[in-house]
Design a protein around this ligand. Structure first.
Ligand code: F6R
Length: 610
């Protein structure tokens, strides 16, 4: 996600902004910018690329500026370039605004503002600057204009604004995207994340949803949507910088596992209507083109492939289109049957995986329509594809994919539902009910992270030295088993094999003996009873059994040595919930084994070789 820093005081603001942005670099970003107050005018500079590009370009900044705002951007709307970098200004260049989050009613706002304002970027953020410009022209104060943004704009936002007419003032507002503020040594500070401000203060005010904060040198004033003053909760932070970067978690991986409810919410944001339809305006393929599709291929590698397997089940079930799933590195070499009526979905969090790019290019050459599902705006895959569906998990730093995986599952199920909707293979009432279910997934993950993590850690502490693990599941439980095994292999270096539960007896069951741990994905589904029969088979051969099971399922519990309970979830969405205890299990086993979970051996975050 993007980073925000702001300061107003009696010392030069630019060094504070650049240092603060530097402290947020670890989160990943693609461009950076600052706006400074300079004697009744604003000075704005923004650059695509690393922060060093911005630093190299600020030699002519006004030396005496003591107030300003700065931003590192992780693109969501519009490519990473100078024009799309924040801050954005109003038509007259008197107001500068930066933003973290996603504006959901972007298209309607853009249509409304386009004729009346000179739009200079492709971003959703610039629209907010022009909206505020209109409110100010109507006589609103800067704080009231920010209040009206919270009222009019749908989506997640943390904004910070400066206006040339009030050189000491910074106004910020928040809904969903985090914002903290603090006061120290005659200055007031603002940031999206605590690490940015640690050199200046350890005492923070946590700004909550639908609150507006006005910063002046040495003071903060926080108000609600009605303008009533409020006292936000204070928080003292004792973390060192490294702890602060990880949000207080010991590793990025654990932090990112806990980021997952938000990653899912952000990926769902703006893609459903109140009357229960799915809207994927960004897809760039017309409904007619999608109606013409007669076959779907999903191509991906590793964890993305496992998300693609879930999509296969969902797409076939909801659209009745045949859907094949291919390992990207195998796809082109097996001469797949593709033509202009084939839809190929390339899934890659980085959008730079060489094998997946090559598979998508091959599909395009044969005339297929290609949709990229990527977490990185303007990645190579996103640029080359006919259409793109972004996941909005934010930057993932741990090498082992977690939150991007859940976001992929959600984006792909959205795509499946959308295809079903426009092809008429789903009743509107059914789609509506499914979307209501999907909206419940973030809270299910939240409750499981609160309720089950301790038990997973306890079980991991019992089996961390085990040599052989088997992961089994049926239906959509099979990709969950594959992903659970992959996570364990990647970070704990344990041997872990995954099988469709019914396939075990055709060979691999020969390896089951006392001392082997079998992890079964056995949540309630149409194949639940059959999965439990397969669990009986491994129990009979002396394996230790750990089950991922639906809360309250005593039949499953009676077959298991240990149970990771998960809340009941509609079957085709259940992988996004059921995989979470397995991520945690891999994490705790790896920690017990003393491994660096964020940088596992031999692995890279982006695999750009075939
Ligand atoms: C597993 C993992 C890898 C990636 C694979 C594809 O934790 O991270 O298996 O999933 O290399 O990467 P992307 O999604 O970037 O194409």
């Amino acid at each position: 996600m993007c980073g925000i820093v702001g300061v107003t005081g009696d010392q030069p603001a630019l060094p504070v902004l650049l240092e603060g942005l530097g402290r947020l670099e670890y989160r990943g970003y693609d461009s950076a910018g600052v706006a400074l107050q300079s004697g009744g005018a604003l000075w704005v500079r923004k650059r695509a690329g690393k922060l060093s590009e911005l630093v190299a370009s600020v030699g002519d900044a006004p030396a005496g500026a003591t107030a300003g705002i700065g931003h590192t951007r992780w693109a969501t709307h519009g490519r990473p370039n100078d024009a799309n970098a924040h801050p954005h200004t109003d038509c007259g260049g008197e107001l500068a605004l930066l933003h973290n989050g996603i504006v959901e009613n972007y298209l309607s706002l853009r249509a409304r503002l386009e004729g009346a304002h000179e739009l200079r970027s492709e971003t959703d953020t610039e629209l907010l600057a022009h909206l505020m410009e209109e409110r100010l022209a109507d006589g609103a104060t800067l704080a009231d204009a920010a209040r009206s943004i919270l009222r009019e704009v749908e989506g997640s936002l943390a904004i910070a604004v400066v206006h040339a007419s009030d050189p000491e003032l910074i106004v910020a507002a928040r809904r969903v995207s985090p914002l903290v503020a603090g006061v120290a040594d005659g200055a007031a500070f603002l940031a999206s994340d605590i690490p940015a401000l640690l050199p200046y203060t350890r005492d923070f005010k946590i700004i909550d949803d639908d609150q507006i904060v006005e910063l002046r040198p040495g003071t903060l004033r926080v108000t609600d949507l009605d303008g009533a003053e409020i006292e936000p909760p204070a928080r003292r932070v004792d973390w060192n910088l490294e702890e602060a970067e990880k949000g207080g978690f010991p590793d990025f991986m654990l932090k990112e596992i806990h980021d997952q409810p938000v990653a899912v919410e952000e990926t769902l944001r703006g893609r459903t209507t109140a009357d229960g339809r799915i809207v994927l305006d960004e897809l760039r393929l017309s409904e007619d083109e999608l109606r013409d599709v007669d076959k779907v291929f999903v191509v991906a590698c590793g964890t993305s492939y496992h998300a693609g397997m879930v999509a296969k089940y969902a797409i076939e079930h909801w659209t009745r289109l045949p859907c094949e799933i291919d390992i990207a590195s195998e796809f082109r070499y097996r001469d797949p049957v593709l033509d202009t009526r084939t839809l190929v979905v390339g899934v890659s969090q980085s959008g730079e995986t060489a094998d997946t790019i090559a598979a998508c290019r091959h599909a395009k050459r044969l005339g297929a329509k290609v949709v990229a599902v990527s977490n990185v705006v303007d990645s190579s895959m996103a640029r080359e594809a006919d259409a793109v569906l972004y996941t909005h998990a934010g930057p993932e730093i741990g090498v082992a994919a977690t939150k991007t995986h859940l976001a992929q599952i959600v984006a792909l199920t959205e795509l499946g539902l959308y295809l079903g909707q426009i092809r008429g293979t789903q009743l509107p009432s059914h789609t509506k009910r499914l979307l209501e279910e999907l909206a419940e997934v973030p809270d299910r993950i939240r409750s499981l992270l609160t309720d089950s993590a301790k038990e997973v850690e306890r079980v991991a502490s019992q089996y961390w030295q085990t040599r052989d693990f088997f992961f089994i599941g049926r239906g959509v439980g099979y990709p969950v088993a594959l992903e659970g095994a992959l996570k364990l292999k990647e970070i704990s270096y344990a041997r872990a094999e995954a099988y469709p539960a019914g396939e075990l007896k055709h060979g691999a069951i020969a390896l089951i003996e006392p001392g082997v741990v079998v992890v079964g994905v056995a949540t309630r589904s149409r194949v639940h009873a059959k999965t439990l029969s397969n669990i009986e088979e491994v129990r009979a051969r002396g394996a230790t059994v750990i089950l991922v099971a639906t809360e309250g399922d005593e039949d499953a519990a009676s077959l298991a040595d240990h149970v990771f309970w998960v809340p009941e979830t509609a079957e085709l969405f259940s992988p996004a919930v059921d995989v979470v205890p397995l991520q945690l299990f891999a994490y705790f086993v790896a920690k017990r084994r003393g491994h660096d979970v964020d940088q596992p051996r031999n692995l890279a975050k982006t695999v750009t070789v075939e």
